[in-house]
Design a protein around this ligand. Sequence first.
Ligand SMILES: *[C@@H]1O[C@H](CO)[C@@H](O)[C@H](O)[C@H]1NC(C)=O
Ligand SMILES: *[C@@H]1O[C@H](CO)[C@@H](O)[C@H](O)[C@H]1NC(C)=O
Ligand SMILES: *[C@@H]1O[C@H](CO)[C@@H](O)[C@H](O)[C@H]1NC(C)=O
Ligand SMILES: *[C@@H]1O[C@H](CO)[C@@H](O)[C@H](O)[C@H]1NC(C)=O
Ligand SMILES: *[C@@H]1O[C@H](CO)[C@@H](O)[C@H](O)[C@H]1NC(C)=O
Length: 665
Amino acid sequence: MPLLALLVLALVAGSYDASVPVRTVRSEPTQDREALLAFVAAVPHEPRLRWNVNTSACDWAGVACDSGRAAVVSLRLPGVGLVGPLPAGTLGRLTALRVLSLRSNRLSGTIPADLALLAHLRSLYLQDNLLSGSIPATLAGLIRLVRLDLSANNFTGPVPFAVNNLTRLTGLFLENNRLSGSLPSIGIASLVDFNVSYNELNGSVPTSLERFPASSFAGNLDLCGGPLPPCKPFFRSPAASPMPVEGPVEEASKKLSTAAIIAIAVASITGLLLLMLLLLVICVLLRRRRRTKRRTKDMTAKRLESSAVAAAVGRLGDTGMTSSSKEEVSGGTGVEAERNRLVFMGISGGYIFDLEDLLRASAEVLGKGSTGTSYKAVLEEGTTVVVKRLKDVAAAKPEFESHMQTLGNVEHANLLTPRAYYYSKDEKLLVLDYLPSGSLSSLLHGNRGGGRTPLDWESRMRVALAAGRGLAHLHTAARTVHGNVKASNVLLRANDLDSAALSDFALHPLFNPAAPRHRLAGYRAPEVLETRRPTFKSDVYSFGVLLLELLTGKAPNQASLGEEGIDLPRWVHSVVREEWTEEVFDVDLMRYPNTEEEEMVQILQVAMACVATVPDARPDFPEVIRMMEEIVNRTEGDEGLRSSPAGPAKGGDVGGAAIPTADGP
Ligand SMILES: *[C@@H]1O[C@H](CO)[C@@H](O)[C@H](O)[C@H]1NC(C)=O
Ligand SMILES: *[C@@H]1O[C@H](CO)[C@@H](O)[C@H](O)[C@H]1NC(C)=O
Ligand SMILES: *[C@@H]1O[C@H](CO)[C@@H](O)[C@H](O)[C@H]1NC(C)=O
Ligand SMILES: *[C@@H]1O[C@H](CO)[C@@H](O)[C@H](O)[C@H]1NC(C)=O
Ligand SMILES: *[C@@H]1O[C@H](CO)[C@@H](O)[C@H](O)[C@H]1NC(C)=O
């Protein structure tokens, strides 16, 4: 499902946005609804595309309506397993449709003719299907089209010259088909992205398309010229290459002189005629201009009105919900567009995409956390990022922006730095790197009962040290409180436990401190319950709970005062007070033959120091890391190089040597 659709769904669910007045009476796009139902009934698809007939069509997954909920304006069903031909007489009835995305399905057959009836269509994404036949010239009737993507299908025949009718097109993607013949001269000034690579085209690249790179034309049968190697002289125009002259040379020169006289005569007559024509045209234009002046005034008024509408709908416009109308926004209210863009920070992770690309990305929910919902978004060109939708942000835009710029400059291998943000009145998004291996929490608790082997002690310590180094950097170099240390914010990179990264740092200044954040509860220091303000010392407490979690294998209490959970520090205290036993340790750890029990006891002591009730009794964080490294290195020194544990030490290739030995004996 595209990220946009998920965001729309969440918005429709109305979970938090109190600023949008709730409509009690909702109108329903009755005719569009029938067209949609006819469409899904005619095309087999995956069961997860289930539209509830008892709710409004406007609330269905992938469907978006106009602000009056009178018509469907966008239908996005990418990758939902649609199979078979596109039925005629269904989608063509969605007359107000502006965005149609059916990409990445298994649709076959030809493009139905009635698609050309969608006069308001701005974006048509049909790429990555099995569509065949020729590109219908009737598509040229969709004169409002801005993006047309038919790539990665099985289209044959020529590229129709009629695409020139699409004067607003900024992107035309026809690559990876079986289009043949020569390229027509496409003179659309607004065209920014153009791709016809990997087809069966031949002939020369027209001058109007020479500005596009060679990769736009690669992999064709026999294309030449422009950015490609020059065409064989045979194709070059006669003027450029000397033609073999017939007959004797003298005759030719004599002929030339008479020809020249005729040419001069013709030229002067033509020139005179042209001059007269020009005068005539000027006269007509002047007359016409006077006549149309009034009409132009009317049109300007109308345009102003429509941009006022855009501002009124601004709540959605702001959020980029009408991403397809981006060109309108930037055309109409340029300032608005500038203000509501995706802002990259720091080194920006080397990403190049904009808000429109992001909203178009296919997305899935990764998780709902205390700070908001995270989505995994796969952009159309394949980049994967995490988009975090922050909820209950209280910070005003200037504070938000300056805070983000600060965070964006924090760079450390063990910290997951946000790469970009988006701020509007109703939407605050953060873009982060996507780490494919999940969180420490899922690694630790997600595999119980299943066939997978639990995490061994050495692996746990390596992740803890990695996260700890990130936190130490945050506390010392960046002088920043994390505020949300927990196992689900420790993310793992593929096959390298030592590069685990701590995410979600320093977001607490953005939120309303009064808002309840239950999910933090299990890790939250007791004093934060009252002050509601995390400190360096409360980070230390949270990290202590994390260590206890690694030692005991028990997830800390997730609901603040819940019954089923346990208050981990209190539980450990009670066990330890009664008798210094190995009762507290994770039974899964004890199954490994060479688990360092002594090391575990020492780490337990560090953890207990971290979770001291009085903040001042807790060590500073750099001290915590120093103690942990010392403990690990000491046991290493005692036994020489630790043999690799029998367990599944993920990324065990790096071994204990990766742990710095600066403080070692
Ligand atoms: C829709 O409503 C009908 C009766 O009102 C009910 O039988 C049916 O289960 C509902 N369908 C869904 C998908 O909720
Ligand atoms: C080209 O656009 C005009 C309107 O600008 C439209 O009337 C005409 O039908 C279009 N041509 C084709 C071939 O669709
Ligand atoms: C494309 O069409 C040809 C026939 O025109 C067919 O043989 C081929 O299997 C099709 N390819 C795909 C991927 O459907
Ligand atoms: C391109 O290929 C077609 C056949 O597919 C052929 O008829 C035509 O002459 C070729 N054009 C050029 C310029 O080679
Ligand atoms: C065109 O498409 C091909 C194949 O997908 C791709 O490799 C190439 O980079 C694209 N070129 C441009 C300019 O987008």
